[in-house]
Design a protein around this ligand. Structure first.
Ligand code: NCD
Length: 309
């Protein structure tokens, strides 16, 4: 797939081959992401970073990825600091930012925001998380991390645990996993189960996920344990959050029941769903996963902006 000038709204916009192409390119980017080698393939380009929800990893890794390739970045992190505070629509704001840069990265609290932004932009729009909707570039770095650790993605057993209802990372990830024939187990409390439209998509793709509330039952089969934070900020009723807070915790005792080469992933930030004692075990891959955001986003930006690599 020629990525040039494409929008990245949903992981469903990419085929298995497209995804593998991006991961292959990301592998080539690793020494450049670490600053061991230099190549300014995007010299003179400008990236617009609009983050209207909190972000550490996604925002900074997009910035780092851009700078590593010689691309400048302009950014806004507070809606209150834009004309949206004066009543400007997202559509108008996006048209203006589009005029000032070569691509826009958008994180926004509303599901569908990136799709709308893509409609009003001539240049590429990258969805960096739209409410509880999706987070396709996180999925690319998740797949990159799994492939690096396991050699191949095909046929792996993966368990997604935690907030599968509001967690946008697992929505995009589940959609992508169907392309790799992975065996999926979904672990969540009843009130935080994976939305039906995604379950329907999994079923229609021939992937029949196991659904359970028990992490203890699911852990021994897993090659990959993908842990998520309960998304407190998305609960309409705080007392509902209190009912499920702390439901799952991955600690050394749980890991004794896991395969010796099972990897634990998490998009981060974690609250208390992974005990710090896990960090020093060979299972822990979440910090490496976060670091992989840079080469993966370099591969993406280079493709979208037509860098010669
Ligand atoms: C995630 C997000 O923002 O959806 N974080 C990230 O991008 N790495 C996960 C979360 O906030 O729990």
């Amino acid at each position: 797939m020629d990525l040039y000038h494409k929008d990245v709204v949903s992981i469903m916009d990419f085929s298995k081959d497209d995804i593998e192409g991006i991961l292959d390119m990301a592998e080539k980017m690793v020494p450049y992401a670490k600053g061991e080698k230099m190549k300014r393939t995007l010299d003179g380009k400008i990236l617009g970073n609009l983050f209207f929800e909190p972000s550490t990893r996604t925002k900074l890794s997009f910035e780092s990825a851009a700078y590593r390739l010689g691309c400048d970045v302009i950014d806004v992190s507070e809606m209150s600091m834009t004309s949206m505070a004066k009543g400007e629509t997202l559509a108008d704001t996006i048209k203006i930012v589009d005029a000032y840069c070569d691509a826009t990265v958008l994180r926004h609290p509303f599901e569908g925001a990136a799709k709308l932004a893509a409609k009003f932009s001539d240049h590429p729009v990258i969805n960096a998380g739209d409410g509880a909707g999706s987070h396709p570039t996180q999925t690319l770095l998740d797949l990159f991390t799994m492939r690096s650790a396991k050699g191949s993605l095909d046929g792996l057993n993966i368990t997604l645990v935690g907030d599968l209802k509001y967690g946008r990372t697992v929505h995009s990830l589940a959609q992508a996993l169907t392309k790799f024939g992975m065996n999926i187990t979904l672990v969540a409390p009843e009130s935080l189960r994976m939305p039906n439209d995604i379950i329907d998509h999994l079923e229609a793709s021939g992937c029949h996920p196991k659904i359970t509330e028990s992490l203890d039952d699911a852990v021994s089969e897993a090659d990959v344990l993908y842990v998520t934070r309960i998304q407190r900020e998305r609960f309409p009723d705080p007392s509902e959050y209190q009912k499920v807070a702390g439901t799952y915790r991955v600690d050394k005792a749980l890991l004794e029941r896991a395969k010796s080469d099972m990897i634990v992933m998490h998009p981060l930030p974690r609250v208390n769903e992974i005990a710090p004692e896990v960090d020093d075990t060979p299972h822990a891959k979440y910090f490496e996963q976060a670091a992989n955001g840079v080469p993966v986003r370099m591969a993406l930006l280079n493709g979208l902006l037509g860098g010669e690599f």
